[in-house]
Design a binder for this molecule. Structure first.
Ligand code: ATP
Length: 894
């Protein structure tokens, strides 16, 4: 029966870079009986007799676990060889000799052998003899020789000078030096000293790499035990070791020669080869007894590095140990005879066969195990591949969803950006319009500010005129006193046909209502026979138009003149056509005789002059009532009668004045009426029957009367909205394509002192040019070429004559009170734009006449001419008075 003489133990040193266990390529399995090496290609398990990790077990623990029992056998007389095997830098020397911190296997064994209290066979004392050999470049040197000197270094391959070289004969080094003793310390010191003499060299793998094999042989005297401790040189290749030069490469080759020889010996023994190549190296020659002697044990300590970079060398080391573990030693008793030898050989062969079978069985088991593992791995691989497919599909799906979502988000983003851009564009356009509106000189704010400045100027002028009005009032008082005296002297009051005439007076006496209506003045028109209750009754207007006797004329008789300053219009009874700012002539007793009315015949129906003399001027009065326009000529000095006749047939009313002072009084009263008339404008009294369109208090701003009434503001707005330049007008005209007919109301442009007189109204197409309109208007004016069109009444921008062909009727402003009409204002050459400019007006008051354009235009078919004249026939009229249906009478002084 064979035995396994070789015990293989692994020892894994700590990581050379100080990394932890996780980075280790080696891991201990099976309770310390197996080691697994992992690499990039996979892993491999090696079954050993034991595995120790240096970081977990120090040298003493390792020794106690795996070496101590062997040493005890040696102490008992056994033979044991402990070999440190492994690649360079794996910790062979460290395990053999230890370090300054801990003792190595050699010293621990020496101590164990010499200090053991166990009884030593053949005596109580243990005497140990030791020799230390070095095998360098296949030469054996005696490190304990007395003439030994320090190692000269590894440079030379020649025998080390001063060191004893030994010959190997019969598996033993001849003439080797021995040290012996019973004191382990002494032997330890000696061994430690000679160990330092070993040839070492710094290589890329080890700073102190052993370049030689070191062998410590301990012989236990008496018991006959023998312990051989071998620290082999590290197996390496020249490139890894960084060996440069031929000698270094030869040195490396010699080292590998010894290692290779030992490997082959082990393999041959393990394989049962009949020839074992012990003589291939000095090392195997010296170890031959360890392999061949019966009972000799071999403890092979495989030193390995956990560094994955040394994986290949580690695999070779472990394979070598696994093979050494298979060595079977057969009984080597010498054959006595041939038959016995044959039996012995048969037994040996059978033993080897069994061993081989065991190996095969073990390998088959390993194979089966590997196959199972492979199948598991293949199954896992298939599972992983399926998982990978699923994951790939999911990834593709997610990728598609991502692309889709991205496209959606991109679209949404683009939409939001577009909306935002549109919003910003609109805001910017709005802002731009605002900016343009602010900086454009034609815009309303600019002009409004300009007009506000005018308003400010006008307010100042109002204050001045108020002073003038007060002075005039005082003059009126004087006049009234004189008049009262004159009236008192006269008992003969003008007897007029009250049913067909109205008596117009101006009451300047300070009445009882003056106190509570301060600042508000008005003019009272009343019939002479009317009472206070009858004032303002609208049926009086009928009397104005139609005399009872059917004569087509109206009579005005001056009843009395008195002052009722501060009486508002709304409380004064007015006939429908409103007030008549006719300047009354001063009437004396004789002049104020009743007017005799007659038929329309001029010859027979001419009223008898009340005062034929002293007639100085005449007025022409036009008024409208119930769609009929009447006219009358009134003489200056005193109005006695107003005859109403159809247009073109002027009836004449003769009258006479009494004496010269009437003229001077008339001038004073005219002045008063003019002033008071202006004052009425400021009073803003609504016409009778019209609902008040504004609050009178709202016009009092900062203690000042605003010269603009709401109606005036509307007019102003119309002016502001209308294109202020011919170019803008042309642009506005060309945009419209409306060719429908429109009514054009033609009038003279208003001036500061007088409202523009209506000329005619014509119906033309909207696309008619202004030049053509001029031709049509030419039928109604004396000199067709002596006027120009203006944009708006009273100071509107003039239109160049050359531009009239390009501008159309639709470019004219709309009439304020009739949006279906266009307003054509003609400016005579005598009318200076500067004079009509609002900013250059000298009076703060908007003249009464100016309101002519803001009232409804009289129809051409309903015009009436009212002639107001004095008593003498051949005196030319001096004024015209337009009477409009809405009650305003306009005074145009020639
Ligand atoms: N278990 C360990 N604990 C601490 N340090 C160690 C250990 N093993 C080895 N070393 C250290 O590693 C280095 C190399 O170790 P060692 O010289 O023993 O390797 P080697 O196998 O003998 O190499 P070579 O064959 O080149 O001589 C030394 O510095 C040593 O101190």
């Amino acid at each position: 029966m064979g035995s396994h003489p070789v015990e293989v133990v692994g020892r894994i040193r700590g990581h050379p870079d100080g990394k932890g266990e996780q980075s280790s390529a080696l891991s201990v399995l099976a309770g310390g009986k197996s080691v697994r090496l992992r690499c990039d290609q996979g892993y491999r398990d090696f079954v050993l007799d034991g595995v120790s990790v240096a970081e977990e077990e120090n040298l003493r623990a390792f020794y106690a676990k795996y070496v101590e029992a062997r040493v005890d056998d040696v102490r008992a007389g056994g033979r044991c060889t402990v070999m440190m095997y492994g690649p360079t830098g794996a910790g062979k020397s460290h395990t053999m000799f230890g370090s300054s911190k801990e003792a190595g296997v050699a010293y621990l064994a020496l101590h164990q052998i010499m200090k053991s209290k166990l009884p030593v066979p053949h005596g109580n004392r243990t005497n140990v003899t030791a020799n230390v050999l070095e095998i360098y470049n296949e030469e054996v040197y005696d490190l304990l020789a007395s003439n030994c000197v320090a190692s000269p270094g590894p440079k030379s391959l020649k025998p080390i000078p001063g060191r004893a070289r030994l010959e190997v004969r019969g598996g033993k080094a001849k003439n080797a030096t021995f040290i012996s003793g019973e004191d382990p310390s002494k032997l330890v010191n000696e061994i430690a000293n000679v160990e330092k003499r070993r040839v070492v060299k710094s290589t890329n793998c080890n700073s102190r790499s052993s370049r030689s094999h070191c062998m410590v042989v301990l012989n236990v005297s008496g018991a006959g035990g023998k312990l051989i401790l071998v620290d082999m040189a590290g197996s390496e290749n020249s490139d890894q070791a960084g060996s440069i030069g031929s000698e270094a490469k030869i040195q490396t080759g010699k080292i590998n020669q010894g290692n290779g020889a030992l490997r082959r010996v082990v393999e041959c023994i393990a394989n049962g080869d009949p020839y074992i190549p012990y003589r291939d190296s000095k090392l195997t020659m010296l170890l031959q007894d360890s392999f061949e002697e019966d009972g000799a044990k071999i403890l092979m300590i495989l030193c390995a590095s956990p560094d994955s970079r040394d994986a290949y060398k580690t695999i070779c080391t472990l394979e070598y140990g696994a093979k050494a573990k298979c060595i079977v030693r057969l009984p080597s008793s010498p054959p006595k005879d041939r038959a016995t030898f044959a039996d012995g050989m048969e037994a040996v062969l059978l033993a080897r066969l069994r061993h081989k079978d065991e190996c095969i069985e073990r390998l088959r088991q390993e194979y089966d195990q590997k196959e199972r593992e492979r199948l598991e791995i293949a199954q896992k691989l298939i599972q992983r591949e399926e998982d990978l497919k699923v994951l790939t599909l999911r990834t593709e799906k997610m990728e598609e969803e991502k692309v889709k979502r991205f496209a959606e988000l991109q679209g949404e983003m683009e939409r939001m950006m577009k909306e935002k851009a549109d919003e910003l564009r609109r805001e910017m356009e709005l802002e731009l319009q605002l900016q343009v509106h602010k900086i454009c000189p034609e815009n309303g704010q600019y002009r409004l500010a300009e007009l506000e400045k005018v308003i400010q100027d006008q307010r100042q002028e109002i204050a001045v005129l108020h002073l003038r009005a007060e002075r005039a009032e005082s003059q009126v008082q004087e006049f009234l006193q004189a008049s009262s005296q004159a009236w008192a002297e006269s008992n003969d009051i003008v007897d007029m046909d009250l049913s067909n005439s109205i008596c117009m007076s101006r009451d300047f006496t300070n009445g009882s209502t003056a106190d509570d209506r301060a600042g508000d003045s008005s003019v009272v028109l009343e019939t002479p026979a009317s009472t206070d209750n009858e004032r303002g009754q609208e049926d009086q207007s009928d009397k104005y138009d139609t005399p009872k006797d059917g004569v087509n004329r109206n009579l005005f008789a001056l009843d009395k003149v008195h002052s009722e300053v501060e009486v508002p219009w709304s409380e004064i009874g007015l006939f429908k056509t409103g007030w008549l700012p006719i300047i009354p002539e001063e009437a004396d007793e004789e002049a104020l005789k009743p007017v005799e009315t007659s038929s329309g015949d001029t010859g027979e129906d001419t009223p008898q002059p009340l005062c034929p003399s002293n007639l100085e001027k005449k007025f022409e009065l036009q008024f409208e009532d119930k769609g009929k326009i009447s006219s009358a000529e009134v003489s200056v000095g005193r109005i006695e009668a107003v005859a109403v006749s159809p247009v073109g047939t002027k009836s004449t009313i003769d009258h006479c004045t009494s004496h010269e002072r009437v003229a001077s009084r008339k001038a004073r009263i005219e002045n008063i009426f003019l002033l008071c008339g202006n004052h009425r404008e400021l009073a803003k009294s609504p016409r009778r029957g019209d609902a008040p369109s504004w609050d009178t208090t709202s016009d009092i701003q900062d203690g000042h009367l605003s010269p603009f009434r709401p109606r005036d503001r509307d007019s102003l707005k119309a002016v502001l909205d209308f294109p202020s330049t011919p170019e803008a007008l042309h642009a506005a005209t060309t945009i419209s394509n409306d060719n429908s007919d429109t009514e054009v109301y033609v009038k003279w442009e208003s001036t500061k002192m007088a409202a523009g007189k209506p000329i005619c109204s014509v119906r033309v197409s909207s696309s008619t040019s202004l030049a053509d309109l001029r031709t049509k208007i030419g039928l109604h004016v004396i000199s067709p070429s002596d006027f120009s069109f203006s944009l708006g009444d009273f100071g509107g921008a003039p239109i160049d004559r050359a531009a009239e062909n390009a501008l159309l009727v639709r470019s004219l402003p709309l009439h304020e009170n009739n949006p279906n009409w266009r307003l054509a204002c003609l400016r005579t050459s005598a009318t200076s734009p500067a004079r009509s400019s609002p900013s250059s007006r000298s009076t703060p008051f908007k003249p009464v006449e100016n309101r002519a354009t803001s009232t409804s235009p009289p129809s051409a078919s309903s015009n009436k001419l009212v002639e107001v004249r004095g008593g003498e026939e051949n005196i030319a009229p001096v004024a015209e008075i337009d009477v409009l249906s809405r009650g305003a009478v306009f005074f145009c002084k020639h």
